[in-house]
Design a protein around this ligand. Structure first.
Ligand SMILES: Nc1ncnc2c1ncn2[C@@H]1O[C@H](COP(=O)(O)OP(=O)(O)OP(=O)(O)O)[C@@H](O)[C@H]1O
Ligand SMILES: [Mg+2]
Length: 315
């Protein structure tokens, strides 16, 4: 269905990725008796457009938690009460990515499954319409908690979120050959699930050639470092209200001079031991090293953070 006859090999691989049985089940399903999202790890379901339309009130604005460069994002609530997020490609996205590229994107997305990733549940793609169906993240983005109207996060949560986001990125960098580069690591692409666990979103839409790969992995680490500095300080990566406006130019000299305490967000209650936060600052400083080859890998970052979380905060 998604592959042309010339691309039989890809088609076979893709069918095994999306799960042929699920497609057939969905087509023959009674509208109300079969769960719409089959909780089967590693599989994505082909959704019916009519179901997605019903569940989003025909893609109405009040069902829209946000919009980005890809298109609009809608909250969908199915008849059985299950909530999902639907990303609907806008016309520009559809024009600029051909079907073959979209199939490749889907192929990658279908293989990805991790507890620190916003996992793809399924899709719909036909007649100029491209819909990606993801797990719904009820607690919004990390950006909204740090800089938007959502509740501020305490230090235990910030520490846990830093670790989980690192583990999500480590998974993308380590579990796949070739590795999956995110290329858009930022706090609006880190979402929070029902337990306020961090989930990485919006990856896999890019492929790097061999020459670029190393540099791309290193820039994911840099961007993760920026997020870490934002988590620590509560300030934006770039803000004209600050001197200097760049978070790196502001924070790195302080950390290097042993004054990391000066960058720590003063608006939330500090733990009794600030040691773990100072360690976080050290990791951030290394992740944003100017020389990319001096930056740690995501695996190194994740295991340092795991240790910091294990040692714990005294509240
Ligand atoms: N799975 C999801 N569950 C709940 N809300 C989501 C989900 N995915 C996205 N959103 C919401 O939709 C908004 C837009 O997301 P989208 O990824 O399209 O744009 P963005 O991340 O802000 O920018 P960009 O286009 O650069 O990625 C997010 O900021 C978030 O509030
Ligand atoms: Mg996004």
């Amino acid at each position: 269905m998604l592959a042309s006859p010339k691309e039989e090999g890809t088609k076979k691989q893709f069918i095994s990725c999306i799960g042929k049985l699920e497609l057939e089940t969905d087509i023959n399903a009674d509208l109300h008796s079969v769960p719409l999202v089959i909780p089967c790890p590693g599989m994505a379901q082909v959704f019916r457009l009519s179901k997605l339309k019903d569940a989003t009130n025909a893609f109405k604005e009040f069902n829209e938690p946000g919009r980005g460069s890809y298109g609009f994002v809608y909250k969908a609530v199915f008849a059985n009460g299950r909530q999902v997020a639907v990303k609907r490609a806008n016309a520009a996205t559809i024009i600029h990515t051909n079907n073959r590229d979209f199939e490749m994107e889907l192929e990658i997305l279908c293989k990805i499954r991790h507890c620190n990733i916003v996992n793809l549940l399924g899709y719909y793609s036909e007649m100029g319409e491209r819909l990606l169906v993801y797990e719904y993240m009820p607690h919004g983005t990390l950006y909204d908690h740090l800089h938007g109207g959502l509740s501020p996060l305490n230090w235990s949560l910030r520490l846990k979120i830093s670790m989980q986001a690192a583990k999500g990125l480590e998974y993308l960098h380590k579990e796949f050959v070739p590795p999956i580069v995110h290329r858009d690591v930022k706090n609006s692409n880190i979402l929070l699930d029902s337990e306020l666990g961090a989930r990485i979103a919006d990856f896999g839409l890019f492929t790097s050639n061999e020459k670029e790969l190393r540099g791309d992995l290193e820039s994911d680490v840099y961007n993760y470092g920026l997020v870490l500095l934002e988590i620590l300080s509560g300030r934006k990566a770039y803000g004209r209200d600050y001197t200097p406006p760049s978070i790196v130019e502001w924070a790195v000299p302080l950390i290097k001079q042993g004054k990391a305490a000066a960058i720590i967000d003063q608006f939330i209650a500090l733990p009794r031991n600030v040691g773990p936060l100072l360690k976080l600052a050290d990791i951030a400083e290394k992740a944003v090293m100017e020389n990319p080859s001096e930056r740690p890998t995501m695996s190194e970052v994740a295991s340092c953070l795991e240790q910091i979380v294990k040692d714990g905060l005294i509240l």
